[in-house]
Write a protein that binds this ligand. Structure first.
Ligand code: GLN
Length: 278
């Protein structure tokens, strides 16, 4: 089959499976299997593909058609200009989480060797992006799930930031449970979905680990732990949150910080809550 025929077959299989973004997803899977960019496709449209890779392509398209998120099928996903390894067992990095990194890089400007924590690090997309873009910072990433930790380690090794450290541990135990330096900045995109609400999420999300989604009965368990057991040691805290959660988090943070505010995402939802001293 030629490149064009194979892509057409992939697109039509995904379209039959009611995947909205079928053309792009068929192409993304192609680019990952054939390890090529978009330009390659444009310039080799009529060329024959090798049959082994073509078979692998169709197999991956079928996986996607069965409902597995495209990011897991591909095995990696871009975040803040870097490709992160992902798969079943770790949360897929979301574009809105880049706002947390934007805030961190801005906050850290001009600070000397700041200590930064990424709590509930998952793939490491937040903490490793900060470490990569702020070489002066020392970033400690903590993740409890051993399944997610496999990806965290892979990304840590791939990105190779010497100024970062990965730790398998439970954020709910608090800062005192770890023997690490005091934080300057604490970052977290913790699980924040209310337990009862998880079942009603989109089908794709059900492939992601419940542990990375479940924020307890009120969805706020991690924010409560961060404000009670971490925040008092830091100069600033920035967390991602779900729709409608910002006010509760602001009131938790205002017990500790003079300056508390939120940042909206591109949809106008209050997405990041920040607390900082003075
Ligand atoms: N911090 C990781 C991310 O933003 C994982 C978050 C989580 O597991 N809830 O993708």
């Amino acid at each position: 089959m030629t490149v064009a025929e194979l892509l057409e077959k992939g697109s039509s299989l995904l379209s039959q499976a009611h995947i909205d973004n079928f053309r792009n997803e068929a192409r993304w899977i192609f680019e990952s299997v054939f390890d090529c960019g978009r330009e390659y496709i444009v310039f080799h449209f009529e060329e024959e593909t090798d049959s082994v890779s073509a078979a692998e392509y169709i197999e991956k398209v079928q996986k996607r058609a069965s409902g597995i998120p495209v990011q897991y099928v591909i095995g990696s996903w871009d975040f803040y200009g870097e490709s992160f390894s992902v798969g079943e067992g770790v949360l897929i990095p979301r574009p809105e989480t880049e706002l947390l990194v934007d805030f961190a890089l801005d906050y850290l400007k001009g600070k000397e060797n700041p200590v930064v924590y990424d709590l509930c690090a998952g793939s490491g997309c937040v903490g490793l992006s900060v470490a990569k873009n702020c070489p002066d910072a020392n970033v400690i990433l903590i993740e409890k799930s051993t399944d997610a930790f496999v990806y965290l380690k892979r990304n840590f090794e791939k990105i190779g930031c010497k100024n970062s450290k990965i730790v398998c541990g439970d954020v709910l135990s608090g800062f005192d449970a770890f023997d690490f330096p005091k934080p300057d900045l604490i970052l977290s995109n913790p699980p924040y979905i209310e337990t009862a609400y998880i079942e009603s999420l989109q089908p794709e999300v059900h492939h992601e680990p419940v542990m990375a989604l479940d924020g307890g009965e009120n969805g706020l368990v991690f924010y409560e732990a961060i404000s009670k057991k971490w925040a008092q040691y830091g100069n600033a805290v920035a967390v991602e949150c779900g729709e409608g959660q910002a006010d509760s988090i602001k009131s938790l943070f205002s017990e500790l910080f003079a300056d508390v505010y939120s940042v909206k995402d591109y949809n106008g939802t209050e997405r990041v809550v920040i607390g900082r001293k003075g």
